[in-house]
Design a protein around this ligand. Structure first.
Ligand code: SF4
Length: 218
């Protein structure tokens, strides 16, 4: 994955599962038009399953593509009016930090995009230049502390089941969210009620809901 030799020359590539243009449904950028790029593979899946999170994302299939070809596909998704461009790319997965490197991000930055990432917290940022970092932890707190000692996190977003306690993170973030674990495309009402109660009892935690499932968009 990542930098690969293609046709005898070093080319930047990524293994991409899915690409679509939609509205961000979660967190502090809710409602923002965004290009979503789902990268193949997830090195956090074992930690995730052990923590009781049921993954509803298909991230196993994917196709290797050069960054130039990916940029052309994103361009084709842009609105017809050139003055109204979507600026945001949301790198998601799987675990996008398994693949994304500084050169990948600089390529898309130079093409005029702002890079946002949704990560499990398994990997440190290591200088990767993101404009928005969402950590939805699927790893132990000591791993988060090790990976984000100086902050750099825009939002921490914990997925909760009914009955789970309020998280006690030591990582600094601009926003702290609790998000109810969904049942596939349905918002689970018991989990939602639990998250609402936890937020009311524990400011500054705020509620994040997977609005794209309410809106019935991708
Ligand atoms: S980290 Fe995300 S993509 Fe990976 S297994 Fe967990 S929920 Fe699925």
């Amino acid at each position: 994955m990542g930098d690969t030799e293609v046709d005898g020359s070093d080319r930047l590539t990524l293994d991409v599962s899915e690409l679509f243009y939609s509205l961000q449904g979660e967190g502090s950028r809710t409602g923002d038009p965004s290009m979503f790029v789902r990268l193949q593979g997830c090195s956090a899946k074992h930690a995730c399953y052990e923590s009781g999170v049921r993954c509803d994302t298909e991230f196993e299939s994917g196709k290797s593509t050069t960054v130039e070809a990916l940029a052309a596909k994103l361009e084709a998704l842009q609105p017809d009016t050139p003055e109204r461009r979507c600026q945001w790319i949301v790198w998601t997965g799987g675990e996008p930090l398994d693949q994304l490197t500084i050169p990948h991000l600089k390529f898309f930055q130079d093409a005029g995009y702002l890079n946002a990432v949704e990560t499990s917290g398994l990997h440190a940022l290591e200088g990767r230049p993101f404009h928005h970092v969402t950590v939805s932890p699927k790893v132990a707190e000591h791993v988060l502390e090790k990976n984000f000692p100086g902050g750099g996190v825009t939002e921490l977003k914990y997925v909760r089941h009914a009955g789970q306690e309020i998280p006690r993170p030591k990582v600094a973030a601009k926003h702290y969210y609790l998000q109810p674990h969904s049942d596939g495309m349905e918002i689970n009402r018991a989990n939602l009620r639990h998250c609402i109660r936890l937020c009311l009892e524990n400011p500054p935690w705020s509620l994040s809901v997977q609005n794209h499932k309410v809106w019935r968009v991708l």
